[in-house]
Design a protein around this ligand. Structure first.
Ligand code: PLP
Length: 512
């Protein structure tokens, strides 16, 4: 039985050695300062060389922010919470500019075009005579998913009409693990959702063979997730693409793929550039990503790109004349801010490929450190791929399976033995008292008896904060054992009472 108190420092030191081959106790953990300098800054001896003022300021500032701990609270979400002062200045300058009114802001229009071009290139859209990717900035990945779904629906309908076939029952295939954006598309646009069950064996992702088994001639497309919101796993887009090629060859049913790369779209190209998930696969017709997640822009920005004009039916695009020139629009909203799109361009110029790569790798390193330390305690088991060594195929620079810098974990049976009341939700309640807001939720249907806690490891979550989180997770587990049944999920600490029973249906997103 596991009863002895665990020394967090020992656990962290072991985890650091196993992940990095050495302990980092004497080196400053840099968050945003790493954007300006890559050299190690010692904590307890005088550095050989000085740093730029901006680096010295950021190191000290970031460390001092731990005093009040509010930063830790913000650390557990996907969205960007800090941008450089120069970029904030640009955002302020662009606040009055309406994205819908590009005739009035020709330079902003050009910047938008360049962003689309940069993303199409990053995601390997085919180039050449007569072929050109097309896309738009959107409010977030949700709008990107809705638009991409609409394009697939229209494309399918045009094809069916041309063949003189019935168009009244379209369906779309995706895994039970999708985010609410996919469920919204199916419900709002009247398309039957065909959900592929997920399991531990399928890594909580859609199994490509199971997906193909749900397809018929009314299937408008399959949505694959590059970076599960819940566990960080990447779905096997290349395998899915091969299976769909086989289906096409054997039955004539030709089904496109949309990749919801809300988070992975800004991680995979930098951390695992050899992974084949994007427009390199001819079956991938469209991709969305959130600028405001690993695109590192403040909330309110997403992107959706189609591989060429043929896959975006022209009757979905509106031509506008009344603002003084000719403009084209295919977004759900009309007026909206331009500032964040400009901020994305600033990041592209400021960080470049190497900047995004450094940040992505550092997030992966810290995610691995966190996962390793949590597993070293033996109190927790990680379900994400963060610690999965790649046996074959594509891996990241450190030899691990491609995935998001995200750590989803649960309490081990061993730690729960004799403490049946121990619940992940109880730990979340306790951790919130220390400034950590970690969501606790069940895995998707068929795996829902397992609850997990999730940490999204972003640039802000330094090694120091990882150490703190591990120490707090150990503290929370040991406190929860002491408190016993007094901590009941769903009610404030100290009050007894069972949580509301919840019927679990559909995907993660529950119907009201
Ligand atoms: C896979 C996936 N798709 C879509 C979304 C929705 O993204 P947004 O908040 O940018 O609309 C998310 C958000 O977490 C996500 O993880």
């Amino acid at each position: 039985m596991l009863q002895e108190h665990i020394d967090p420092e020992e656990v962290i030191s072991e985890a650091q050695k196993s992940v990095f081959g050495r302990s980092h106790a004497h080196i400053h953990a840099t968050a945003f300062a790493a954007r300006y300098s890559t050299q190690d800054v010692p904590k307890f001896t005088l550095p050989e060389d000085g740093e730029q003022p901006v680096v010295a300021y950021r190191i000290v500032h970031d460390e001092l922010e731990m005093d009040g701990r509010p930063i830790a609270v913000r650390g557990q979400v996907f969205l960007t919470t800090w941008m450089e002062p120069e970029c904030e200045k640009l955002i302020k300058e662009c606040l009055p500019k309406n994205f819908a009114d590009m005739e009035e802001y020709p330079s902003t229009r050009v910047i938008h075009e360049r962003c689309i071009s940069i993303l199409a290139d990053l995601w390997h859209a085919p180039k050449g005579k007569g072929t050109c990717a097309i896309g738009t900035a959107v409010v977030g990945s949700s709008e990107g998913v809705l638009l991409a779904g609409l394009a697939m629906k229209w494309h399918w309908r045009n094809r069916m009409r041309a063949a003189g076939k019935d168009t009244s029952n379209p369906n779309i295939v995706f895994g039970h693990n999708v985010q609410v954006a996919e469920e919204k598309f199916a419900r709002y646009f009247d398309v039957e959702p065909r959900r592929v069950p997920v399991s531990a064996e399928s890594r909580y992702c859609m199994d490509p063979d199971a997906a193909v088994s749900l397809i018929d001639e009314n299937t408008i497309g399959v949505i694959a997730i590059l970076g599960s919101t819940y566990t960080g796993h990447y779905e096997a887009v290349e395998v899915l693409s091969k299976r769909l090629d086989e289906l096409h060859k054997n039955t004539g049913i030709d089904v496109p793929i949309h990749v919801d790369a809300a988070s992975g779209g800004f991680i995979a190209p930098f951390v695992t550039p050899n992974l084949r998930w994007d427009f390199k696969l001819p079956r991938v017709v469209s991709i969305n990503a959130s600028g405001h997640k690993f695109g590192l822009v403040y909330p309110g920005l997403g992107w959706v790109i189609w591989r060429n004009k043929e896959v975006l039916p022209s009757d979905l695009i509106f031509e506008l004349h009344y603002l003084g020139g000719k403009d084209y629009t295919f977004t759900l909203n009309f007026s909206r801010a331009s500032a964040l799109m400009v901020a994305q361009y600033y990041n592209f110029l400021r960080l470049g490929r190497s900047g995004y790569t450094n940040i992505g790798r550092s997030c992966m390193d810290n995610a691995r450190l966190l996962a390793s330390a949590l597993e070293h305690t033996k109190y927790f088991r990680v379900v994400s791929d963060t610690l999965t060594r790649a046996k074959s195929g594509v891996c990241d620079m450190a030899g691990y399976v491609p995935c998001l810098p995200l750590v989803a974990f649960y309490i081990t049976d061993e730690a729960r033995k004799d403490y049946p009341h121990l619940k992940e939700e109880s730990l979340a309640v306790l951790l919130s008292s220390r400034g950590w807001l970690l969501p606790a939720y069940e895995l998707p249907p068929a795996c829902q008896e397992t609850s997990i806690l999730r940490v999204v490891v972003r640039e802000r979550l330094t090694r120091d904060l990882v150490d703190q989180l591990v120490a707090d997770a150990i503290w929370a587990l040991e406190r929860a054992r002491e408190f016993g049944a007094a901590i009941t999920p769903g009610v404030p600490i100290g009050r007894l009472g069972p949580p509301e029973p919840q019927e679990y249906q559909g995907g993660y997103a529950r119907p009201c």
